[in-house]
Design a binder for this molecule. Structure first.
Ligand code: FES
Length: 62
């Protein structure tokens, strides 16, 4: 699913980038994909998805 319309970024690609960069920051995850926020409307949702994904990974690693 498209997460960031301005950059055409898919949620799964943003999550993979956040994992690779070991960051909870959407802006850093976008940078990993060669993008940067434009309108900024996706950032809260992106941050929530990244945080949920990191929590799931942490729980799975226990
Ligand atoms: S929808 Fe992501 S910056 Fe606009």
């Amino acid at each position: 699913m498209i997460l960031c319309v301005c950059n055409g970024l898919k949620d799964r690609d943003v999550l993979a980038a956040a994992r690779d960069a070991r960051t909870l920051c959407p802006t850093r995850a976008y940078a990993e994909l060669g993008a940067r926020p434009q309108c900024g409307q996706c950032l809260d949702h992106a941050a929530m998805l990244i945080e949920a994904d990191a929590t799931e990974l942490a729980i799975a690693a226990e």
